[in-house]
Structures are given as structure tokens and as C-alpha cells.
Design a protein around this ligand. Sequence first.
Ligand code: NAD
Length: 418
Amino acid sequence: MNGNVQADDATTSEIATSFLLRACADLGYDDTTTRLLQLADREIRVEIPLWRADGSLAVYHAYRVQHDDARGPFKGGLRFHPSVDMEDVRGLAILMTLKTALVDVPFGGAKGGINCDPSELSRRELEQLTRRFTERLHRELGPNRDIAAPDLGTDAQVMAWITNEYAKIYGHTPAVATGKPIALGGSLGRDEATGRGLVTVLAAWAAASGEPLAGRTAAVQGFGNVGMHAAEALVTAGVRVVAVSDHAGGTFARDGLDPASLGQHRDAHATLATFPGGEPITNPDLLALDCDLLVPAALGGCITEENVADVAAGTVVEGANAPVTPAAHDALVARGVRVIPDLLASAGGVIVSYFEWVQNLQRMSWTLDDVRSRASARLERATATVVERSDDRGIDLRRAAYQIAVERLREAVFAAGP
Ligand code: NAD
């Protein structure tokens, strides 16, 4: 859980499971079907010993949960963070299965991670840890089995180490991971895909609601891959980004912030709080900021029963996975706050991961324009489907998104033969 905000004790697994069970109940599924859709196909835990640079031996816990592969190979990110545990990964794997179903890419869902603090490890230690993780798990991975991707605390370099280690056993197999460096078969547009996709979804939803985006204000929590690219795309769409934060604090400027300058400042000073173009702001204050759009793009469980009353934004757009607990979600909806759910708002990354996998399998590379336009078309289609279900049934967007994803999953599971 996010250490900078108050948090109730809903785990990622409880959050994802709770929304999934609601959808199963809405759709009238019996207990056995519900159980089948909820439980993971496989849960793996391995221990990874690592000789540290100071000569000491450390042991890390690593996890991979393969939730469901009825619709295609397991697919999901790898998270390096001290909060990673089986419960966390289990919930994130459910979200991946439902996300791939909602945006209709031919993948199932998985998630993995190592309980470690990458900021305490040297580059060499991180490489060793990643290679040993791949060594331990290679039998479970593969382009037609389970495909890795970056997530919190991991990046293109980590995917490069996984791909290289896997190649030592199976030969050149770039499609075993996505989000790789371009030089190793990565796709153009993968780095920006989740943040940019979030704004594509937001714009499509705003157009359907007759509420243009230009001129609105936004606060973004998290300034990593998702938060930074989302901030850039928001500014391009004419939105004023008035606050951004990361784990070390944030910065606020009523007249708007320039994401490129923020990125340079963060890289040079390892904090946003001292950005000269803004005033310092804490994470709890950012979540409570009076603005139109709130984009949580860091850890899960940051909007809870305890702090939901402080949220002043009219729309919450979930860049992070499971940032809002079920109790907080219900409180937001009851107050008329619109929540664009993670299954939809943060699906741009897995769509471009799918494109990367396709390009690798075909030994092709697409142009950036091609990647962007194909990704936008898929996200706009998914948004229209969710908005239509929400309008037709008079339900909130999350309920609509979960219902659609769960229906598709059930259809595939039973077609394959449980
Ligand atoms: P990242 O590691 O690139 O960035 C994470 C950001 O969150 C950093 O700025 C970090 O400082 C900040 N952060 C960490 N702890 C914080 C805290 N306690 N309070 C405030 N900020 C904090 O990770 P990312 O890839 O941008 O992922 C962010 C979220 O988006 C995660 O929930 C992830 O699961 C989700 N997500 C990522 C992708 C992707 O393609 N990378 C796709 C879908 C969903």
C-alpha cells in the first residue's frame, strides 16, 4: 500500500476480486462458474539468492501468478517493489485477464514481481536478480505460454535481460517479453502507450459525454512511465496539468506545469518537490486538489474509505491498477464522481505490447504512426462499448467494463472446455 496516503486494508487481490464478483452476480453466474473465473490457473513462488556488492548474501521472494489463458497466452507485467507479495500479484493478474478481454487482444492474464527495492540495488545487482528470476521461471515463460512486460519499478532494460537470458536456453525469442528496447525488437510507441492511451480513452469518453477536454485542469499522482506520458498527452489535449507527484512529493502550479521541464528536473534532482516552476505539494494534498480530473498513476489502493471524502475532482481516471478500493469507488459514484476504470484507462500498454508481440512473431516493424492509430482505434472501440453498456443498463463505467470483460472470459473458458 502507498505509504504516503491513508489506506484501508483492502489488498489488490481483494479489490480486483470484489469487482469481479459483482460482475458475476450481475450476470447471474452460478457459484462454480464464478469460482472458475476468479481463481488463478497457477501461482508460483520462488526464492532468489543474490550476492550483494558488499559481499553479503540476500534472498528475495519472487512471484508469478498465471490467472487465465483461455483467450491466449498469459500476459502481464513484472513489478519490482517492496510491497510485492502473492496477494498483490494475484489481484494484478486478475486485472490483466479482464483488461485483455475488455480491449479484445488475444491474451490471458498474469502478473509477477520481486519483493525488492530497486533503488537500493546497483545496476549489476538488478541485472543478476533479473537473470536469476528468468533462470528459475523459464519453463513457465514463452511467446505462446507467458509473456512478460514492464510495470512499476521495471523498464525496457529489465525486459532486455529477461529476453537475453531466455535466448541462452531457447535461442533468439524476442516475443517472450514486450516493452523491450527498440534495438532488441521493442515496438515504437510502447513506452508512451499507457499514458497516451489513458488520454485517448478520456477524450473518447469526454466526446461521448459532450464535455470537451480542452481547458480542464488535472492532477497526476505518479510521474513514472504512465504518469509522465499521461501528463504530456493531457497537455497536448489542452488540459492544464496543475499538479504532479511521485514517491518523494510533488509540485503544484495553478497556471499549469510543463511535463518536459518536470522530467528534466526529476532526472537532475531526484525529486519534483523542488521544481522551480511550482510550489511543493504532498501526495495526500494532491489527491484532495480542487481540479476537474484526478489521475492516480502510482500504486494501488491510494483512494480508500478514509480519504475518499477529500477527493474534490469531478472525474477520476485510473492510470494505476486498482487505485480505488471498492468502498471508495461506491462513495465516489454515490457523489456523482465519474470513475474511468483501470481496465479501460490503463489498457493502452497491453494493446501496444500485443502489437510488439505480433511484430516479433512476424519479423516486422511498424511505424510509430501505424502503432498509434491502431492503438487509438482499439481504445476508442473499447470505450464506446463500455459507454454504451453503461448508458443502456444505467450502471457506472467500472461495472460496465467488468461485465463485458467477464462475459468474454466466460465465453472463452467454456468454449475451450473447463
Ligand atoms: P514507474 O515505476 O515507471 O513509475 C511509478 C511512479 O509512481 C514513480 O514516479 C514513483 O515515484 C511513483 N510512486 C511510487 N510510490 C509512490 C507513492 N507512495 N506515492 C506517490 N507516488 C509514488 O511505474 P509505471 O509503469 O508508471 O506504473 C504506475 C502504475 O501504472 C502501476 O500501478 C502499474 O501497475 C500501472 N500500469 C502500468 C503500465 C505500464 O505500461 N507501465 C500499464 C498499465 C498499468
